[in-house]
Write a protein that binds this ligand. Structure first.
Ligand code: ZN
Length: 354
């Protein structure tokens, strides 16, 4: 089995955010954990190029790109650009670097040069909209990677699985009318940004190609596993993607203060393992992870380590979590109702999808 590739553009560290939870330390602690757990020496580390602007313009509006660049150029070491998000002079280069990593990763996976890869990037991307930034996200890294693979590399069907605790609303919006990309989002319900109801399933030509799995507050591994087995994997088998991209946010970790979910690092290892088994069943699909959220530094670094250990077929149990996970909320009834509802989704009904 070839080694997993790690795409790590150092320019992502230059996005300074003046004490904001979406900080350069996030990448630094992950890197240290990968060294500490002897993971890094099993990965092939790549220093990717910034994303080409012509590709970004296929999703994002030029006026937005220019005004973002101007604002960042004048932002010094930290200036608020909206009520949630801080930028600095290094932000725009970091934004280009993060998207570039995801795009190069898609290229390496699609060409068969690697089979599994992880993009260690920030700022995150899954809330970014075509014409505006949202929730610490500027350009939609994973959407740009998917579009590149469709338009430049000749793929026809890509699935994006988003396990960040917030709804992947930007990614969903970008592909909402596009049948070539199945977007799947697990997220805490209710939570910001408030979208991602199970009834939202795409529209127009994309009807039936968005899948939302809103999980009850406090949900942990059991809820992810159950919905993976009973909803997401069957939908993927129907959709038959050629590439799996994972919007890997780690704010569902129980120590994260931005959300109230019950995942653990070993839970992320287990979920990764199941997704890798699914990728094998789907025809040995290449799988690429793009870092999204995750703001508790211990929870984040342990969980990313657990994901990568799983790709290396190593147990994640040596990781010591500082805080024990709280007992999972008993949401069996709510989950059964959700699963029943999702079985009306076009990809899960017996007849052919639209
Ligand atoms: Zn998030």
């Amino acid at each position: 089995m070839p080694e997993p590739w790690l795409f790590y553009p150092e320019a992502c560290l230059a996005h300074l955010t003046a004490g904001h939870p979406e900080s350069p330390e996030r990448l630094q602690v992950i890197w240290q954990a990968l060294e500490h757990h002897q993971i890094l020496n099993h990965l092939r580390v790549q220093a990717p190029q910034p994303v080409p602007l012509e590709l970004v313009q296929r999703i994002h509006q030029p006026a937005y790109m220019q005004s973002l660049q101007r604002f960042c150029d004048q932002a010094g070491t930290g200036r608020r650009i909206d009520e949630d998000t801080v930028v600095s002079k290094g932000t725009y280069p970091a934004v280009l670097a993060a998207a570039g990593a995801a795009v190069e990763m898609a290229e390496a996976l699609t060409s068969g040069r690697c089979q599994q890869a992880f993009s260690l990037v920030r700022p995150p991307g899954h809330h970014a909209m075509p014409g505006y930034l949202m929730g610490f996200c500027f350009f939609n890294n994973i959407a740009l990677a998917a579009l590149y693979a469709l338009e430049q590399l000749g793929l026809q069907r890509i699935a994006i699985l988003d396990w960040d605790a917030h709804h992947g609303n930007g990614t969903e919006h970008i592909f909402y009318q596009d049948p070539r990309v199945l977007t799947v989002s697990w997220h805490q319900d209710p939570n910001w940004p408030g979208t991602g109801a199970w009834q939202d399933q795409g529209e127009g030509a994309g009807a039936g190609y968005s899948l939302n799995v809103p999980l009850p507050t406090g949900s942990g591994l059991k809820a992810f596993e159950l919905t993976w087995q009973q909803v997401v994997l069957p939908a993927l088998k129907r959709f038959q993607p050629q590439l799996l991209l994972v919007a890997a946010g780690y704010d569902a970790h129980h120590a994260d203060t931005l959300t109230q979910m019950g995942m653990t690092a070993t839970g992320f290892a287990r979920l990764t393992e199941q997704i890798m088994q699914g990728a094998e069943q789907l025809g040995n699909l290449p799988v690429g992870f793009v870092l999204e959220g995750g703001y508790n530094l211990d929870g984040l670094s342990n969980s990313v380590s657990a994901t990568l250990l799983t790709l290396l077929h190593q147990e994640a149990h040596p990781l010591r979590e500082q805080m024990p996970a709280p007992p999972e909320t008993d949401s069996a009834e709510a989950l059964q109702t959700l699963i029943q509802n999702l079985h009306t989704h076009p990809l899960l009904r017996k007849e052919k999808p639209v």
